[in-house]
Ligand binder design. Structure first.
Ligand SMILES: NC(=O)c1ccc[n+]([C@@H]2O[C@H](COP(=O)([O-])OP(=O)(O)OC[C@H]3O[C@@H](n4cnc5c(N)ncnc54)[C@H](OP(=O)(O)O)[C@@H]3O)[C@@H](O)[C@H]2O)c1
Length: 324
């Protein structure tokens, strides 16, 4: 099969290699998927760049990308799945040598989730990380109906799904963005430009001085002070990144005296029952056509390096997806 891989960390154009590899075979409990779309996430880019703290090559050769979608073309012993079933993949490369940046991938059957017929493969390649992270950040700590949710960074891949899912779940959504164009992209009705506005003041105004019940947060370090001011007593802040300050100083007592729950989440490690719940909810929304997906075409396998650079630059609105 054709695949893209790297054998050392470094700039995408220098270390990503397109070549031929032996076809993987599905082991017991696995399915073999012909990949039709491969999603590129910041996490894939950071791994390849060696940007994770204390990073070492996890395997001598890594085929990147955890998200993808395609069709089952073979099954391992005892796997009751149909050949031809359309699926989306989660954790394709997470702690594994072979991800979705290849024509074929063998994964444990549960990591290939049925993709409704009405959802395209490119859209399916946005579900594993962006959509599931949004769902988990919103729903890990109980129902959100009738609550006010602040989604920081509503134009990001996760943030945009979070805005939609919060509204679909019956919450009032306020988001922060860096321009009116990004506000429109987020789809949220209520927004604040975090670059030129005092977010605390603006959100307090919008909420009549009450603050918010939940925060889905894209940058813990950058937003800690505003989030602390805005979260209601007993509220929950679910942070999925802190890229601007990877070791922020935690305001422990101010959070404690508001009885705040801080959730630092990593989507790769969802426990099975929670993940099933999230998958069921995504499937229901997908079948109803309730979710809008922002797909940015990244080209094909030969364009993988450019796609990585595009994700690293942040200069894109949506998930960069390679089509195979
Ligand atoms: N923990 C997990 O499981 C998990 C899952 C998914 C992603 N992540 C991480 O989350 C981060 C974002 O991923 P992504 O795919 O959503 O990236 P993305 O599509 O590039 O979006 C990032 C968004 O965050 C916004 N932003 C940045 N700083 C902000 C701030 N201080 N306040 C409000 N908004 C801010 C940006 O807005 P502007 O460009 O307009 O400033 C941009 O819209 C990455 O570091 C990624 O690795 C973690």
């Amino acid at each position: 099969m054709k695949a893209v891989w790297f054998e050392r960390f470094g700039p995408a154009a220098e270390v990503l290699i397109l070549g031929d590899m032996p076809d993987p075979k599905p082991g017991p409990g696995e399915v073999l998927v012909r990949v039709r779309a491969s999603g590129v996430n910041p996490s894939d880019v950071k791994l390849r760049a060696g940007a994770r703290p204390g990073a070492e090559m996890p395997f001598p050769r890594v085929v990147p990308h955890s998200d993808g979608a395609g069709e089952i073309v073979a099954v391992g012993k005892g796997v009751p799945r149909e050949i031809g079933e359309r699926v989306w993949i989660w954790n394709g490369q997470w702690q594994r040598a072979q991800g979705t940046c290849a024509e074929l991938i063998a994964v444990p059957s549960e990591q290939a989730v049925r993709l409704p017929d009405s959802t395209g493969f490119e859209e399916g390649a946005c579900l594993g990380i962006p959509a599931m992270t949004a769902w988990y950040a919103l729903h890990a700590d109980g129902p959100i109906a009738d609550q006010t949710v602040l989604v920081t960074g509503g134009a990001g891949t996760v943030g945009r799904y979070a805005c939609q899912m919060a509204a679909l779940s019956g919450a009032r959504v306020i988001t922060t963005v860096s321009s009116a164009m990004k506000a429109a992209h987020s789809g949220a009705q209520e927004w604040v430009n975090y670059r030129d506005t005092d977010v605390t003041e603006a959100v307090m105004d919008l909420t009549g001085g009450q603050g918010v019940d939940r925060i889905v947060d894209v940058d813990f370090g950058a937003n800690q002070a505003a989030n602390l001011a805005l979260i209601k007593p007993g509220g929950t802040i679910a942070s999925y990144a802190s890229a601007s300050d990877m070791a922020p100083t935690l305001q422990f007592y101010p959070f404690m005296f508001k009885n705040v729950t801080l959730r630092m989440l990593i989507i790769y490690l969802l426990e099975a029952e929670t993940r099933r719940r999230g998958e069921a909810q995504l499937t229901e929304w997908l079948e109803k056509g309730a979710l809008s997906h922002a797909v940015v075409s990244g080209g094909g396998l030969p364009d993988a390096a450019r796609a990585h650079d595009r994700v690293a630059s942040g200069e894109k609105l949506g998930s960069v997806v390679l089509s195979l």
